[in-house]
Design a protein around this ligand. Structure first.
Ligand SMILES: Nc1ncnc2c1ncn2[C@@H]1O[C@H](COP(=O)(O)OP(=O)(O)OP(=O)(O)O)[C@@H](O)[C@H]1O
Ligand SMILES: [Mg+2]
Length: 382
């Protein structure tokens, strides 16, 4: 048989097999005996509830701010100001708006208005119309959310803020919730007392960063909604809260870590989240820094890692106990007092984290760290 013949026979066979399979599935569906395979999630109950765009039924720890927001909104204008992940977008969405515009995506007044109208009047075509005509199209009484307003180009922002607040003076009220990360900087960008005073003065809701306890409380609520009970515990949420407290993403980081740790545990075939799943999704690449570490520091760091191998936090006593075991194993004697000093230095250098619940490693999986430290210590011993 020629090569060509054998190939065409091969293709034919493949074709036949596929057709046969399709036929059999179709028949099974017809006969109602085919059930598509379903992967049942053992950890994540509802991933959608950890999406950034999801608005939970309750917003915890912001009662005063919500009250203030509602009072300001009665007079039609409010500026929410707060750092990353303090819940600005959530609060605005919770209060509700007829249109939501993000100004990092829409940097000019014209683009912002086009986007507003796309949402408010889906049938309206704004193509080629001047900015003033677009303003005229926005109906009185609508509420618009203008997120990350400082993402607009400075001149555009100034003019937009002016036009928006002027609509009110012209007898047409368009309600707005504007959002910024820093109202002082926004005021500087606008750089005009008259515009600022009509736009946002005395209508600012400031969101302070959450405390550890608040992050924990919010996480408990969000985890209850989205993760199966038994797949996480109080220690896991504390560990995530500690990570979030020390990250620039704050509550945003907390929700991301919860979701990613759950997915990580699930993809590893486990039915609950371990501290190392959380450390893995919060991993930073600092491991090469241990190359220049003295062996005594390596020993103490290894003891911390060993002590939190299967848990989120370890006490100083547990670390020192572990050090005793490791001193025997490696034949290196450090002694309690010196070890405690080294532990403090490791905390100052951010290798080890000391939270209210004890010592821990925040940003590297402990089982991998132990392997690296062991390798390094053995090199020292040679
Ligand atoms: N009080 C809260 N209760 C429940 N969930 C919260 C609360 N605060 C924040 N979150 C959640 O934390 C995440 C970050 O919040 P949000 O996106 O509103 O922050 P932000 O201040 O707008 O951050 P950025 O400056 O990065 O835009 C979201 O998933 C949000 O649902
Ligand atoms: Mg936001």
């Amino acid at each position: 048989m020629s090569k060509r013949d054998s190939n065409s026979t091969g293709n034919f066979m493949k074709l036949k097999r596929r057709r046969y399979n399709n036929f059999s599935i179709e028949r099974k569906i017809k006969e109602n005996i085919f059930t598509p395979p379903r992967i049942k999630s053992v950890i994540v109950k509802d991933a959608g509830k950890l999406e950034l765009s999801y608005v939970p039924d309750k917003i915890l720890c912001r009662d005063e701010e919500i009250k203030k927001l509602q009072v300001f909104l009665k007079s039609g204008r409010v500026l929410i100001s707060g750092g990353v992940g303090t819940g600005k977008t959530l609060l605005a969405r919770y209060a509700g708006g007829d249109a939501y515009i993000n100004c990092y995506m829409n940097k000019t007044e014209h683009r912002v208005l086009e986007e507003m109208l796309r949402q408010l009047k889906p049938r309206f075509n704004p193509a080629g119309l001047p900015t003033q005509k677009l303003w005229n199209e926005i109906e009185e009484g609508k509420t618009v959310i203008i997120d990350e307003i400082d993402g607009m180009n400075a001149d555009e922002l100034r003019h937009f803020a002016y036009s928006l607040s002027r609509q009110y003076e012209l007898g047409k009220r368009i309600n707005y919730i504007a959002i910024t990360r820093n109202h002082f900087i926004l005021e500087q960008i606008i750089n005009d007392d008259a515009i600022w005073s009509t736009f946002a003065d005395r209508a600012i809701v400031e969101l302070k960063p959450y405390t550890f306890e608040e992050i924990k409380e919010i996480l408990e609520y969000r985890a209850r909604e989205s993760i199966h009970p038994g797949a996480y515990d109080d220690e896991i949420l504390s560990l995530i809260a500690d990570m979030a407290l020390h990250s620039p993403g704050h509550m945003r980081t907390a929700i991301d870590l919860l979701r990613n740790a759950a997915l990580m545990a699930e993809s590893n075939g486990r039915n609950s989240i371990t501290p190392d799943d959380v450390r893995e999704v919060n991993r930073e690449e600092w491991i090469s820094d241990i190359e220049s570490m003295e062996k005594d520091a390596l020993m103490v760091l290894l003891s911390v890692a060993m002590a939190c191998k299967n848990k989120a936090y370890a006490s100083k006593e547990e670390i020192m106990e572990m050090l005793g075991v490791k001193e025997e194993e490696y034949g290196i004697k450090i002694g309690g007092k010196k070890a405690e000093e080294i532990l403090q230095i490791l905390v100052q250098q951010d290798f080890v984290y000391r939270g209210e619940r004890g010592y821990t490693i925040l940003n590297y999986p402990v089982h991998l760290l132990m392997e690296e430290l062991d390798r390094r210590l053995r090199e020292h011993m040679q």
